[in-house]
Design a protein around this ligand. Structure first.
Ligand code: ZN
Ligand code: ZN
Length: 864
């Protein structure tokens, strides 16, 4: 208020000075005219002189008139010029200050509905119009602006009186309406110049054209400063009375409004003097309310005046200490989470996304350093715009799902894991619609969210471990035919600088394994081998170009461990993981994720049309096969924790090498979700179960309540092939003659990359069943049988044995028959019969001494 008065005072001074100038020049003219009248003249002369005098007076008036017109034109030009700039820059800013509205589709009706209003402010809890007591509105109007409901933003009568009283020096009297005060509050413009005053008037008139009186008054009550660092009636009400604004009595409303005129004078908590001031102004407010008919009954008025208002410091309005007074705490009274942040993680993310877009479309720059060298970044300026620009932001969230996710994350039931710093285990999750790219729910941490624009783990980069394998390795390798869905990969480590690498979670290796099992059991060896076959850099390109990952590094692109095992240098976000996995659900089509679809300015112009971009990331058959394999992961593999009944579910877990990060990315026919878990301090997560798949189940099972399971649909281009379970190539008779029994199986693969070569791994041999060895010359015929064994020359490292060693020719032919002695016979050169192939089609056999194995017939023989 004192600022305001100073400004009016200065305005008055300027006007006073101009008035004095005019007065002086008028007096001078008068003196001149009077001075000339002293000498006696003839009537003719007198007449001529009179005419001349009139001429002079007329000229003066004409000049004055022209000057007035000239300056009026100049002034209106000035207003137009300067105000036009203001309209573009500042009008927008305060429009939005009033309310940036956040919309989301109502789950039931499908219509967009307002779910939150953003205001720029610090210590401020916003009240909705139904939470503001009418008495509070009345009190403000009664004392601050009694013509509020009549004027159009500016009280000309009051302004004129203020200007006049300033000129005549009789002291400033009001003049600033609630609308004008609101503009001052939200623009923070306290410059004391005529220009600012004019600007404020102009803006007030504009504001009233755009908004209802109720909106203006409520916004005023939500933004006005009440002292004690309280902005808005709610924080003030809690500060002074320990209760919510909606529970205030008439007397308390009057006392609260009394403060706003000048908190340093009327804040009742400061001193006896300010308490006395507050009391007398409170009575003045009540008197005005009564006189203006807001308090109708005299008895009510008197009751309000006599009410013993008690402040939270234990003193009543009469300055008496109240015996045994205990200040109420709002939290306990209402049971509401008052410390809870205004914004959900989702809303935080929308603000960030829109702000980043603002920086781009408005080409925002960092501010110039202020006197203290402080620079406001372009992004922070953009955030300010989002908060105070009066936009309408249409978000993609599903309010019901967001609520479910928040409820699940807020409970502490699952937080039995705490690290050495006693921090709760953090989990974050993004849920999206795989068909549209719309993010429907996002939670960035566990427990009750206590701050706005808080740390959000959902969009923070973290390594994702094995959850990367499907997107970095198996999908691209399947897609270009590096492997088929029938492929067999050796679950066996390689010698990396003198040690066996990589290690599987189970610490054991199982040798030749189908790619499906490799995914289901999350075998690291197979992922590494497949990634090497596909090409580590190609893997990087697939993730960045096809699946929208933006945070992978050059180092990642060169390290097979990073790409194949998800040990990324920086990591990935749950948002990007959910988007990438969505391509599996949506037949291979990747869609850029989004948290909002549209932003409108306060006039309803669309300023951002946030359309998604979609492209084919992989073939339909690849997506289908990945869906099928990842369903097995949840049915019987490491993703079992994500399973809930009544819905088709696929997904993949992840654990980083040192178990500091746990992950799960999964999907249903309806939604796709990715979750990360770990500690803020990056401690090891000691947990037998995966907290992420558990959270997936908690959230997704509730989201899918009542939804039917349509299953995952099939697609064209798939074919069933009869293959060998040890080579992954077309089965031969030898494959059926394996002494473990037939190794022939039927596998669904993509037709265009189906295996065309037959198995050459199975070789018919004379086998001594007694010695469990390749038959020697010493083995009696009764012990010898014709069976097929695996001709697979694995280069054994560190003496690591795997189960298929028992069936490998190279192992079975070592040394003599343990029972009958004698050197082993050479295996038969060729399988005895191969009904599916002519001899000339036989592929060239690989030299046996090379450490190779066939992944898919003609291509990609893996060498370590
Ligand atoms: Zn075979
Ligand atoms: Zn033998």
């Amino acid at each position: 208020m004192s600022q305001h008065k100073r400004s009016e005072h200065r305005l008055g001074n300027e006007l006073k000075q101009s008035a004095e100038k005019i007065k002086k020049s008028a007096e001078n003219q008068l003196h001149k005219i009077q001075g000339e009248g002293h000498t006696k003249r003839s009537p003719r002369e007198v007449q001529a002189r009179r005419r001349k005098a009139w001429f002079i007076v007329g000229t003066i008036f004409a000049v004055l008139l022209l000057t007035i017109i000239f300056f009026s034109i100049l002034f209106s030009m000035y207003i137009n010029r300067t105000m036009k700039n203001k309209v573009e820059v500042d009008l927008a800013a305060y429009d939005l200050s009033l309310a940036t509205e956040m919309y989301a589709k109502d789950s039931d009706t499908g219509e967009y509905k307002l779910y939150q209003t953003l205001y720029d402010g610090e210590n401020r809890i916003l009240l909705t119009s139904d939470q503001i007591p009418q008495s509070l509105r009345d009190a403000a109007v009664a004392i601050e602006d009694k013509r509020f409901y009549k004027h159009k933003g500016v009280d000309w009568k009051g302004t004129a009186r203020a200007v006049l009283s300033t000129i005549t020096g009789s002291g400033v009297q009001g003049g600033s309406t609630i609308t004008q005060q609101l503009i001052k509050n939200i623009t923070g413009n306290d410059e004391t110049t005529v220009k600012r005053k004019v600007t404020e008037i102009y803006r007030a008139l504009q504001l009233e054209k755009q908004y209802d009186k109720d909106v203006i008054l409520d916004t005023y009550l939500n933004t006005v400063y009440f002292g004690e660092s309280c902005y808005g009636a709610q924080t003030a009400s809690r500060m002074y009375f320990g209760k919510d604004a909606q529970d205030l009595s008439v007397a308390e409303c009057a006392s609260l409004i009394a403060i706003t005129n000048n908190p340093s004078r009327y804040d009742p908590l400061i001193s006896d003097w300010t308490l006395e001031n507050n009391r007398s102004r409170q009575l003045l407010v009540l008197e005005n309310m009564y006189k203006q008919g807001m308090i109708k009954e005299k008895a009510d008025y008197e009751a309000a005046c006599n009410e013993e208002v008690v402040f939270t410091n234990g003193y009543n309005c009469l300055g008496q200490q109240v015996e045994g007074y205990v200040a109420p705490t709002v939290e306990e009274e209402t049971g509401e989470k008052v410390t809870k942040a205004n914004n959900s993680y989702f809303t935080d993310q929308v603000i960030e996304d829109v702000a980043r877009k603002f920086v781009e479309i408005y080409d925002l720059q960092d501010s110039k350093p202020d006197s203290e060298g402080k620079v406001i970044s372009a992004y922070e300026r953009a955030v300010g715009m989002v908060y105070s620009g009066g936009y309408k932001i249409y978000t993609t969230q599903n309010l019901a799902y967001q609520k479910i996710a928040e409820e699940e994350f807020e409970t502490t039931e699952y937080q039995e894991q705490t690290d050495s710093y006693d921090q709760p285990l953090q989990i974050a999750m993004t849920v999206m619609d795989p068909y549209t790219g719309d993010v429907v729910a996002m939670v960035g941490g566990t427990g009750v969210k206590t701050a706005d624009r808080a740390w959000n783990w959902a969009t923070e980069v973290r390594p994702c471990g094995s959850a990367a394998k499907p997107v970095s390795t198996y999908a691209p390798a399947l897609d270009n035919g590096t492997i088929t869905a029938a492929a067999i990969i050796d679950d066996y480590p390689i010698d990396l600088n003198g040690s066996a690498w990589p290690r599987n979670v189970t610490r054991v290796y199982s040798g030749l394994t189908s790619m499906r099992e490799a995914v289901v059991q999350s075998l690291n060896t197979c992922a590494v081998r497949t990634n090497l076959m596909y090409g580590t850099y190609n893997s990087y390109k697939f993730m960045t170009e096809k699946l929208g990952f933006t945070t992978l590094t050059e180092t990642d692109s060169q390290q097979v461990g990073n790409m194949a095992l998800g040990g990324f240098e920086n990591g990935v976000t749950t948002l990007e993981m959910a988007a990438a996995y969505s391509a599996f659900v949506n037949d291979g089509i990747y869609t850029t994720p989004r948290t909002y679809s549209r932003v409108e300015d306060s006039k309803g112009n669309v300023i951002i049309d946030n359309n998604t971009e979609s492209h084919v990331a992989m073939k339909k058959t690849t997506a289908y096969l990945m869906r099928s394999i990842l369903q097995d992961v949840v049915r019987r593999g490491s993703g079992g924790g994500a399973y809930f009944s009544g819905m088709s579910i696929g997904g993949k877990t992840g654990t980083t090498d040192d178990a500091r990060d746990r992950y799960f990315a999964g999907f249903t026919p309806y939604y796709c979700a990715a979750a990360w878990s770990g500690y803020k301090s990056n401690e090891v997560v000691y947990s037998d179960t995966n907290p992420c798949s558990a959270m997936f189940k908690r959230v997704m099972s509730r989201i899918h309540e009542g939804l039917e399971d349509p299953g995952f649909h099939s697609c064209d281009g798939l074919v069933n092939v009869t293959v060998c379970a040890d080579s992954g190539l077309l089965a031969t008779e030898a494959c059926a003659a394996d002494f473990r029994g037939s190794r022939v199986k039927t596998v669904q693969v993509a037709a265009d990359t189906a295996p065309t070569q037959s198995c050459t791994m199975h070789k018919m041999v004379s086998y001594c069943k007694d010695g469990k060895h390749i038959a020697t010359a010493s083995c009696p015929a009764s012990s010898v049988m014709q069976v097929a064994v695996l001709d697979y020359a694995r280069d054994t490292i560190f003496d690591i044995k795997v189960p298929d060693d028992a069936y490998r020719l190279q192992v079975l032919s070592e040394g003599d028959c343990p029972v009958h002695g004698g050197a082993a016979q050479k295996p038969n050169e060729k399988p005895t019969k191969d009904p599916e192939k002519k001899p000339e089609d036989e592929p060239e056999e690989e030299p046996e001494d090379e450490d190779v194995f066939s992944v898919r017939g003609e291509r990609s023989l893996f060498t370590r």
